[in-house]
Write a protein that binds this ligand. Sequence first.
Ligand code: ADP
Length: 255
Amino acid sequence: MDPILEFIDVCFSYHSISGETPALAGISLSVLPGEFIAVVGPSGCGKTTLLSLISGLLTPESGEIRLFGKAQGTSGANIGYMLQKDHLFEWRTIYDNVLLGPQIRHSLTSKTKEQIGSMLNTYGLSAFKDSPPSALSGGMRQRAALIRTLALEPDLLLLDEPFSALDYQTRLEVGDDIGGILRREGKTALLVTHDLAEAITLADRVVILTHRPARVKKILSLHFEKTFDTPLKRRSAPCFSEYFDEIWKELKSNG
Ligand code: ADP
């Protein structure tokens, strides 16, 4: 299987009047179709920079980023981005919020509307279709934000700390919820998080970064028995704490 995304020895620094801030130093990694990758690392190490490079907001200083085997910028890949804040517009109903992306892209067809209606239905939001975002709980809002992102049929979904604004209990529920939706929809996703438990419960592989400038310290493949097939169930798996300890040790011994 060919990777959807490849980083080949990617370096990036920020330049400002006060000087140069090296953020990424020789990052190499690849992501296969349908994989869920979590990226963890110390605060300020370069995780968001990594996502900005994938989405094309920033360009590598050296090295290469390939999407579907083609150079970033020429690949035509459709990339979805989900942030900490849901950025739903209060003056639009949930349905109109979810429709916004295809409307802006002039790609809204009756088929797209049908798919969006079906997702709202499947993921328990059809009763809130005509409500403003303020009528929804934090978890439901994040679900609506995810459907809005999925409505653009992204080839790759970038998630930047999407649950960190939620309280602990909601965060667990929403992580379970969103993780389940992405698996069912067969999406390839890259999640940036500082929450190690969240990384272990959601991902197929965890990329551990060093302090800034970030390098790949280790890539850990996670294997759970079939009975632990949801993020919440993974938390009670015997290997959960082993993975947690392993990642924690790697982060503590950061160079
Ligand atoms: P993380 O997401 O891991 O917290 P970031 O990728 O946001 O880290 O940032 C990596 C480093 O680059 C941080 O030290 C940050 O201060 C610096 N940085 C981020 N954006 C800019 C910018 N626009 N100009 C200068 N430095 C920046």
